[in-house]
Design a protein around this ligand. Structure first.
Ligand code: ADP
Length: 403
């Protein structure tokens, strides 16, 4: 089956056409700057192969519908397209950020599912409407083709109440569903599944700590194959130090800023989401720039790196306590997959907890999974590239073909 995977954001759409027969990527593309004066579409046919064809179109893209139509014109063409006919696309898989408490697994999209995604908009006011745009456009373009929603929150729906409840007045949960949901679930589940395969152990028996460090960062404790705690909360702001997001802060800081600096709640929210994290500490949110600055002796860059890796270490320790026995720690996403020093610092001093990093292995580069712990490390440490599009493709196929 060929599956089109769509990740529709507020001003962008990422898409991939996958051939699930051999899990190859037939097309990978990005529509950017939707709604701005000049939009931008980059379409790669057969990416990464010797047949790769890159097409870039700079064109006004007023809305998601225009963007997706432009992309489909490039993908489907009787002469030049990767596929000759739209009918070759057997299903469309959509990334949906917030499924609230309604979805603990992916689901075929119906009117009721759309209504439930809408009902969760207050929990993800930027993301869910953009995801719904992608669903609407795909339903128009591919009438009758099954559409599946894959939720960032779904994998974390197994977290028990003592880990998902905030110690706030109970009515806030009862009436407004204020609780921890967690995100990046598709990525955590994907790398955890790959790790189980590498450990040659049934997933349902694996205790893992998965560490997703990209622009957004999160960590998940997985017990017997199920998420039992995760660092992102009701929104994707809690927990680890991220590119521009603060992660954990004292909640009293909000009141302090309002009272002493006259900031209103929108300004505080924008500051915590867009101007904090690594960027807040040193002015840069790209880890490669931060390392270059550290080389030049930039003390704030060093501080930002230290604050992030210390927080990572603290959460790894916490999740070791949550799990008791840990089979493996998995690093993934842009920083997790590439930043050798970051991995080293995030696990430093954990030898007495059974975590021993092999510095030579850790310094290696690999396109696929890389084991970076020593042979006598009780906890195996892996670097496993995440692939959210493939994960969405697999989940979509699974939902549609299971009996
Ligand atoms: P997103 O959350 O947007 O999907 P990514 O998973 O692509 O993000 O991760 C982006 C982060 O990965 C950036 O901070 C970037 O600097 C970092 N990164 C990418 N390559 C490297 C590298 N070689 N060394 C260190 N950090 C890297």
């Amino acid at each position: 089956m060929k599956i089109l995977v769509i990740n529709s954001g507020s001003s962008s759409i990422k898409y991939q056409l996958l051939d699930m027969e051999d899990e190859s990527v037939l097309v990978s593309g990005l529509v950017e700057r939707i709604g701005e004066e000049k939009g931008d579409l980059t379409n790669k046919a057969f990416p990464g192969t010797d047949r790769e064809v890159v097409t870039e179109i700079v064109h006004p893209i007023p809305d998601h519908s225009t963007g997706m139509r432009l992309a489909i014109e490039l993908i489907v063409d009787p002469d030049k397209g990767v596929i000759k006919d739209k009918g070759e696309i057997g299903a469309v898989g959509h990334r949906v950020v917030h499924g609230g408490e309604d979805f603990h697994e992916p689901i075929a999209i119906t009117d009721e599912v759309i209504a439930a995604i809408k009902a969760n908009v207050p929990l993800a006011p930027l993301h869910n409407p953009a995801n719904l745009d992608g669903i609407r456009v795909a339903m128009e373009l591919f009438p009758g083709v099954p559409q599946v929603a894959v939720f960032d929150t779904a994998f974390h729906q197994t977290i028990p109440p003592h880990a998902y409840m905030y110690a706030l007045p109970y009515e806030l949960y009862e009436k407004d569903r204020v609780r921890r949901y967690g995100f990046h679930g598709t990525s955590h589940k994907f790398v955890a599944g790959e790790c189980a395969r590498l450990l040659e152990k049934p997933f349902g028996q694996c205790n893992l700590i998965t560490v997703h460090l990209g622009n957004g960062c999160s960590m998940t404790a997985i017990k017997n194959g199920r998420s039992v705690d995760t660092s992102l909360g009701m929104t994707p702001l809690e927990g680890l130090v991220m590119g521009t997001r603060s992660g954990d802060v004292d909640p009293a800081i909000h009141a302090f800023l309002a009272r002493n600096k006259g900031m209103d709640i929108d300004a505080i929210d924008a500051m915590l989401n867009k101007d904090s994290g690594l960027k807040g500490l040193c002015g840069m949110n790209d880890m490669r720039d931060i390392h270059a600055a550290i080389e030049q002796g930039d003390e704030k860059a060093s501080l930002a790196f230290n604050v992030q890796t210390y927080r990572n270490r603290k959460y790894i320790g916490a999740y070791m306590a949550v799990l008791g026995r840990v089979d493996a720690i998995v690093f993934t996403a842009g920083i997790g997959e590439n930043d050798t020093v970051g991995r080293l610092e995030s696990t430093r001093g954990l030898e007495s907890f059974g975590v021993k990093i092999d510095e030579v292995a850790n310094a290696r580069r690999a396109a696929g999974p890389l084991k970076i712990s020593t042979d006598d490390s009780t906890v195996v440490v892996w670097v496993i590239p995440t692939n959210e599009e493939l994960a969405i493709g697999r989940e979509t196929e699974h939902i549609l073909t299971r009996k």
